[in-house]
Write a protein that binds this ligand. Structure first.
Ligand SMILES: Nc1nc2c(ncn2[C@@H]2O[C@H](COP(=O)(O)OP(=O)(O)OP(=O)(O)O)[C@@H](O)[C@H]2O)c(=O)[nH]1
Ligand SMILES: [Mg+2]
Ligand SMILES: [Zn+2]
Length: 367
């Protein structure tokens, strides 16, 4: 297995150039758990690794942290040492969503992907609004969009074709295919997208057949590491970890756990940009400290009254600073964790130093 088989190219080689000569090797992250990462190296060796303190520090937001699909700089250290991620190479693309919950911040679900395949069905999971949201996120990611209407065996041909037609209305560029993972129908279309070094990530709700598709493409040999779902009693295997799989015939697939919430993410710059015209008006208010709420000579309120600015948009603008504050709160929270970590690391170092002094004393026979 060459680096190219794993998706390596000139872009990453250029990114890695500044790291050479220090004994580091590049690796592609294939798995992430709560405690560590797994990476694939040239030759196909799989190793576990942890994030280095400096790399952690340099990440300003969660989205900067390494994610599955990322190329990282690995320090193997001495024999028996923990392998440490020293840095993350820039991404050519990333598929993100809004972090679940209140924060509007970005969560990277897969890095360096060429194609995002959204799996759904023409039945219970089918939602044009959700598909539309996925398409917007994929457009932002820069990857090629593909929509699969899976489980075709459960529906009439006419029904499947009608659903595919509706999805086609949403996008002219997306690849739209009707498949049945169970009956290996239409899988050749997925195969046609797969080439050595091409990375495809599979997204969609739980139970739509993402893992079944992966398994079929692997010739039914893939052992999913998930547990059987005891609750439904249907013996369903629910994927619990995001995982990048290298296909024997070339190409890379990322299988994801089912997604419940798929929303647009945003950041301060994007938020401010979307209100650039209102901010411009604010410079024309009579008072520099205008709160734009019943203040005399407020240019924004005048514009709202004159129908030049939508009242709802005006309300969102008033909440803008609050929202930005919310975005930054999360950032600060991350920083605090970092500092706590640093403190703990210093304590560990201090303890090691104390141990060493103690040991040296012992060796000199002073104790
Ligand atoms: N009838 C039919 N059943 C399918 C098809 N594809 C998958 N299934 C079944 O749907 C169930 C869920 O499939 P999975 O592949 O585990 O779904 P998933 O998308 O990986 O789900 P999560 O891992 O929870 O996100 C399994 O019982 C599959 O056998 C299909 O094309 N037709
Ligand atoms: Mg799965
Ligand atoms: Zn004003």
């Amino acid at each position: 297995m060459t680096l190219e088989d794993l998706g390596w190219n000139k872009f990453f080689a250029g990114e890695f150039a500044s790291w050479t000569g220090q004994g580091f090797v590049p690796g592609r992250l294939i798995r992430e758990t709560k405690i560590n990462f797994s990476a694939l190296l040239e030759g196909g060796e799989e190793i576990d690794c942890v994030l280095g303190g400096k790399a952690w520090h340099e990440a300003e937001t969660d989205a900067d942290l390494p994610a599955v699909g990322d190329w990282v700089v690995l320090d193997r250290g001495e024999e028996g040492d923990e392998v440490v991620i020293r840095g993350r190479l820039s991404r050519f693309s990333r598929f993100s969503r809004k972090m679940p919950g209140k924060s509007a911040q970005e969560q990277v679900m897969a890095a360096n992907v060429d194609i995002v395949v959204v799996v759904t069905d023409p039945g219970p999971d089918y939602s044009l609004r959700r598909i539309e949201r996925y398409l917007m996120l994929i457009e932002r990611c820069g990857a090629r969009p593909v929509i699969l209407l899976n489980k075709a065996d459960l529906f009439s041909e006419g029904h499947c074709a009608a659903a595919a037609g509706e999805v086609r209305e949403l996008s002219e560029v997306a690849g739209i295919h009707v498949t049945s993972a169970l009956e290996s129908q239409g899988l050749e279309v997925l195969q046609s997208y797969l080439r050595p070094g091409v990375t495809i990530t599979l997204m969609g709700s739980s139970g739509v057949g993402k893992s079944t598709l992966v398994n079929q493409l692997l010739g039914g040999e893939w052992q999913d590491t998930s547990e059987v779902n005891e609750v439904t009693g249907r013996g369903r295997h629910t994927t619990t970890h995001r995982e990048l799989i290298v296909l024997p015939e070339g190409g890379l697939l990322i299988d994801n756990p089912g997604v419940r919430e798929i929303q647009m993410w945003t950041d301060e710059a994007t938020l401010r940009e979307s209100f650039a015209d209102v901010e411009e008006l604010a410079t024309q208010c009579r008072f520099a400290d205008c709160k734009h709420q019943k203040d005399a000579g407020c240019a924004i309120e005048t514009a709202v009254e004159g129908g030049r600015i939508d009242p709802e948009r005006y309300q969102s603008y008033l909440r803008l600073e609050e929202e930005i504050e919310e975005l930054n709160r999360r950032r600060r929270k991350r920083r605090m964790t970092t500092e706590r970590w640093a403190k703990r690391n210093r304590r560990v170092k201090a303890r090691n130093l104390a141990d060493r002094i103690e040991l040296e004393k012992e060796e000199r026979g002073e104790t």
